[in-house]
Structure formats: C-alpha cells, structure tokens
Write a protein that binds this ligand. Structure first.
Ligand code: ZN
Length: 184
C-alpha cells in the first residue's frame, strides 16, 4: 500500500469566510495532526482547493466563493503547505475533475487515499466518488471531515462507505496508516 493524505478545501472561505461553520473550524487540529504525521512519515500531502473563476458553473448554486487569487481562496494558515506538499486547484466539487490529480498520484505510485477536509457531503463526497472510479482504496477520517450539519455529515459518511467502499476510520487509525507509510 502506498498512501497519500488528501486535504480537501481547508480554505479561509470555508473556515473563516462567508461559508464558514463551527464544524469546519473544529476539525482544524485533527487535519493538522494528520499533515504533521504524513510529513514525519514521508507520505505525500496533497491539497485540493476551490479556485473559482467568476463565471464557473458551480457558482450558480453557491454564489461566488473562493475566487482564484482572492484571500478567501487561501489555505488556512494552520495548514500552509510545505515545500514538498502539492496543491491542485479545482473549479468543481471533485478534486479529480480537470485537475491532473490522478496522473500525479499515478506518477507517485499512490494507490491509497486518506481523505480529510470539508465538506463531507459535497467536495469530500465527490472526490471519494472519483477516487472510486479511478480505483483508489480510500479511507475517510471521520473526525477530520466536516459538513454544515451533523445530518449531512453522517449521511455522507454512510453513503461513501456503502456506495464507494470507503473505509470510515478514526484519527488514531489514520495516524497508524500514515506511520506505516510507504513501507507496507
Ligand atoms: Zn466551490
């Protein structure tokens, strides 16, 4: 198994901005812990981030947010990417759509994704769906993903488990996988 840590949309917009939620803020320490463990174990850390153009189709639903180049589209300071971390900008929910993420994961030899970030029922869900289509084994860290409501969060976790075969795991289990890193 060769894992990568995939951090979804931990942006100013969703943690402190117009689309903020207390749930998003609450997972910051858990996501940070995962990033630190990944760094310590030499596991690739990959951010997929909204970076919208003003005419993006998705904005018809969510109104303008995380516009490319704006302060709101910045990764929060607690998770500022390190030199070796990768950042893929996206214009839809899924981190795989028109981003080159799949090719990069294949070049890295990654076959397993550990997913953290926001929102459980939107960008996390659609990224996990595409990970399934691309045949990655996927773990979703229950207490390192968040949605606007507990109901959306729980429903999405169940859906990803039942429909895409994602394993829903706790923080310590995720840390264990990261520590085993690329060695197993
Ligand atoms: Zn968006």
């Amino acid at each position: 198994m060769k894992p990568a840590l995939l951090v979804v949309d931990m942006l100013e917009e969703f943690v402190h901005g117009r689309l903020k939620s207390p749930q998003a803020e609450a997972i910051v320490p858990a996501v940070r812990r995962l990033v630190e463990e990944a760094h310590a174990s030499g596991v690739p850390v990959i951010h997929t981030v909204d970076s919208h153009l003003p005419f993006d189709y998705e904005l018809k639903i969510w109104r303008p947010h995380a516009l490319k180049g704006s302060p709101q589209a910045k990764i929060i300071s607690e998770l500022t990417p390190g030199e070796k971390d990768l950042v893929f900008e996206k214009r839809f929910y899924s981190g795989f759509r028109d981003t080159g993420l799949d090719a990069a994961l294949r070049d890295l030899g990654v076959d397993t994704l550990i997913v953290a970030g926001i929102h459980t029922h939107i960008c996390v869900l659609h990224t996990v769906m595409d990970a399934f289509y691309h045949r990655y084994k996927t773990y979703v860290v229950r207490n390192a993903v968040a949605a606007f409501s507990r109901q959306d969060h729980e429903y999405a976790l169940k859906y990803m488990e039942q429909v895409y075969g994602a394993r829903i795991i706790g923080l310590e289990d995720a840390v264990g996988i990261l520590r085993r890193g690329s060695g197993s």
